[in-house]
Every structure is written in C-alpha cells, then in structure tokens.
Design a protein around this ligand. Structure first.
Ligand code: MN
Ligand code: MN
Length: 355
C-alpha cells in the first residue's frame, strides 16, 4: 500500500481479524455499501452533466437523484448474499431479497440520499445506513423484523458527498473516517478514532420554527443567544446547513450541537427525522465518538420503533450540551424551570401557554 495507506476494504478485514468471532459476512456487506456510495458519489459529482438526469425542471433532477441513489443501493447490496431484507426511505415496504439471490443474516436500512434539496444549490448531501441482525431463524424479513431499538445495530455510517467524498463508519468500536481517493477509486482511512469534544459553544437549529418550540428548547436557545451577559456566561455561535449528514459531520470534526426537536407546528408529527435509518445510525456514530443523542425525553438508541418510517425528535452532539437539554426537558416536566427574562421570545407569555 503506497505510503502505508489503509483502504476501507483493508480496514474492514483487519477489524474482523481483531475480533474473537470474525464475521466475513459483515465485511462483505459493508463492501457492498461502500460500492453503492462510490457510485452515488460519482453520479452526484457530475450534477447536471449526467445525461440520464437531463431534466429541465430543478425539482426533476433532485427527485431523480433520490430514486437513482435508491436503485444504486438496491443493486449494490440486495444480491450480495448477506441480507434478509432492505428498508429504504424511498420505499414504503420492506424490500425483499430477490428469489434468485442467496439470503443472509443482516438487515440493511438506509436513506439513500439525505438532504437532497441541497443538490440544486451545490451543498453537501449524503447517504445514511444502519445494519441490524435479522431475528434468529428469519430468512425473509418483514416489517416486524426491522422494529429493533438502535442499541442493536451492529454497524452504522454515512457517506458525505461534499468538496471531498467520505465514509464515516462505526462497527461498535469507535468511529473512523475514510476519504475517497477518486484517482484510485478507494476510500482511504484519514480520520481514525474521531472524538466529539464534550463541550461546545456552537449550536444548529432551524430558528424559523422558534415560535413552535417547546419551552425547554426555547430556554436553551435563549440562554445561548444571551451570550456572555446571560446565564451561560459565554458567547455562542450558530450554524445551519439543513443537511443532517453535513451537520453531523461538522460535529464529528469540531464538536457542536444539532437539534431538530419536537415542536407544535404539526402536532401529529413527532419530529422530522426517521428513527430507523436516520436518527439511529447517526446516534450510534455520535455515541461511539463520545457524544450523546436524545429525543429530549429519552436516549434515541433505546427507543423501541413501532413503525418502519416513524419520526423522532433529534438532539445530538457534544455530550454536556445534550445532557443539559435533557435536564431542561425534565425540569420543565416537573415545573422546575427557573423563570428567565427574555427580550427575544417574551418568556412571560411562555408561562401562560397551556401545557
Ligand atoms: Mn434524510
Ligand atoms: Mn432521503
């Protein structure tokens, strides 16, 4: 290997050798996922140049890339012999392994293209994936088999298609980042053992929803915005990319807090992100890097899914800030919020809201 570089393929094999029970099926599956991500990276980097995407309307290109990315995942992974079923954001039901293919012990859940509305403006997008074990004796998985809490994931990761393309991966033994070397067509280990700092002075939230936030989130943001003269006695800064993969990637690189909390905008919607193939894999990555991930009310990885595409509020990133937000949720539920002055949100009216 030139300059002692470690490719993702080599890394996966070495990881298995270090384990008491080497699982070459998992290695093979992750290699299929890696292949899918290379194809998607290639398709995305060509943008509007890609002939088959020659739609005239912008929305057309975006939609086609979502579907193309989904097809790439299916074609790269469904026939590999490692899976008992696949679940995608783009498909309502579980996708069965085609009858001509060998069936395996794993379940693959994925968001083939995350943040796809960013494609038109040339901002980073990504793919997110989660790997579970099929329940014992299940050869052809159904919806029920995917309803496992995130703690049972055996591997999780995302690919980011940005100025450089990367895969960030955990197999339950730390988080490692690989950069795509397009000249040789391989992901190279460039970011071993990523760690999220426990503290941060940077947060990310869609403030246009501020009027719909629940009191604990209002309190948190208000305190951050109050800066040095407020209760936190520190100035904060804010980022908002509106691409979950890009937000999580930034947090892995330098810390931070990302929130898409529950709000009152649409009371029937529990949150924005999908539990099984967005929140769970990202939560495993963040926890494995020393961060934390919560719904505000509960550790995300402990949540028992009830539906394939169910949504959940997400608060993740630097550990101490996530814990602070969880505490604010508890204090609010117990009626223990300290009254706080606010020029920004008019706190007093907050306390007059029902609930
Ligand atoms: Mn998504
Ligand atoms: Mn998507």
């Amino acid at each position: 290997m030139p300059n002692g570089r470690t490719t993702l393929s080599k890394f996966l094999i070495e990881q298995q050798h270090r384990r008491p029970e080497a699982d070459t099926d998992l290695t093979a599956l992750l290699n299929d996922v890696q292949t899918a991500c290379k194809y998607i990276a290639s398709a995305i980097s060509r943008g509007a140049l890609k002939g088959q995407l020659g739609g005239t309307a912008q929305g057309n290109v975006q939609k086609e890339l979502d579907i193309l990315a989904n097809e790439i995942f299916l074609e790269s992974c469904a026939l590999g012999g490692q899976l008992a079923g696949l679940l995608s954001e783009e498909m309502e039901d579980v996708y069965p392994v085609p009858s001509e293919a060998r069936r395996g012990r794993f379940l693959l859940a994925f968001d083939p293209l995350d943040g796809s509305s960013n494609i038109d403006v040339n901002v980073s997008v990504g793919s997110i994936f989660s790997i579970l074990k099929a329940p014992e004796g299940v050869a052809a998985a159904g919806a029920q088999d995917f309803l496992q809490p995130g703690v049972r994931q055996v591997a999780a990761g995302y690919a980011i298609y940005g100025p450089v393309a990367m895969i960030v991966l955990t197999m339950g033994d730390g988080v490692h980042g690989f950069t795509l070397d397009r000249e040789i067509g391989a992901y190279i280990l460039t970011h071993p053992n990523l760690r999220i700092p426990e503290d941060t002075r940077e947060f990310a939230i869609n403030t246009s929803n501020a009027r719909f936030w629940e009191p604990p989130v209002r309190r948190y943001v208000e305190e951050c915005v109050a800066g040095r003269s407020g209760p936190r006695e520190a100035d904060f800064t804010m980022r908002w990319i509106a691409s979950m993969v890009a937000e999580v990637h930034r947090i892995l690189m330098r810390g931070g807090l990302f929130m898409y909390p529950r709000d009152t905008k649409d009371p029937d919607r529990a949150g924005r992100f999908r539990l099984i193939y967005e929140a769970n894999p990202m939560s495993m990555i963040v926890e494995q890097a020393g961060g934390a991930a919560s719904s505000g009310y509960q550790r995300i990885l402990d949540v028992q899914p009830e539906e394939l595409h169910q949504r959940i509020p997400v608060i993740l990133g630097s550990r101490n800030e996530v814990l602070r937000l969880e505490r604010y949720h508890v204090e609010h539920a117990e009626g223990k919020d300290q009254p706080f002055e606010s020029p920004l949100f008019n706190t007093r009216s907050l306390y007059m809201q029902p609930g």
